[in-house]
Design a protein around this ligand. Structure first.
Ligand code: INI
Length: 159
């Protein structure tokens, strides 16, 4: 039996973070959680790149460029889509999620969905470093696990 499992080994990894500026009182906390988690798991600070997007809707395009560059082993995407604050919540959240999934499948680079989708500002605050942890940190840990897993999995035929 062959088993593959990603481990939380950040040494040698190059990680990009795409962060939405919309609701930045939340996304800055997600970014801080993500950065801390990367460094605590051995990612070198000089190997972390941050790109700011205007909002969650723009994250897929930014993630695509970062993933296509060949300079990063994983892309962590951070944003906060809060229903109370928008009538087009479904469009922004849905297009962001499906766009990011498309980017990871098209590029073969792990793209992690660290975008909060909540009903209220309070729920977003709870997930950005208070009661319910920090989803930015969780996304960073997922990126490390996925990058390590992909290092081990068989390469595509022809690569
Ligand atoms: N962008 C977000 O990241 N979060 C939101 O809650 C949000 N709301 O409320 O509308 C939001 N809108 C902006 C959107 O992401 C785009 O930047 C904008 O539509 C321009 O394309």
């Amino acid at each position: 039996m062959t088993t593959y499992e990603g481990h939380l080994r950040g040494d040698g990894l190059r990680v990009a973070i795409a962060c939405a500026r919309f609701n930045d009182f939340i996304t800055e906390r997600l970014l801080s959680g993500a950065r801390d988690a990367l460094l605590r798991h051995g990612v070198d600070e000089t190997s972390v790149t941050v790109a700011w997007a205007p909002g969650a809707f723009e994250l897929p395009l930014v993630a695509q460029r970062l993933a296509q560059s060949g300079d990063h082993d994983a892309v962590v995407c951070l944003g906060a889509v809060i229903r109370g604050a928008t009538g087009h919540y479904e469009h922004v959240a849905g297009q962001c999620a499906s766009g990011l999934q498309r980017v990871q499948l098209d590029t073969g680079i792990p793209v992690v969905f660290g975008v909060l989708t909540t009903e209220t500002v309070e729920q977003a605050v709870e997930r950005a470093g208070t009661k319910l942890g920090n989803k930015g940190a969780e996304a960073a840990v997922t990126a490390i696990e996925m990058a390590d897993l992909l290092r081990q999995l068989p390469k595509r035929a022809g690569d």
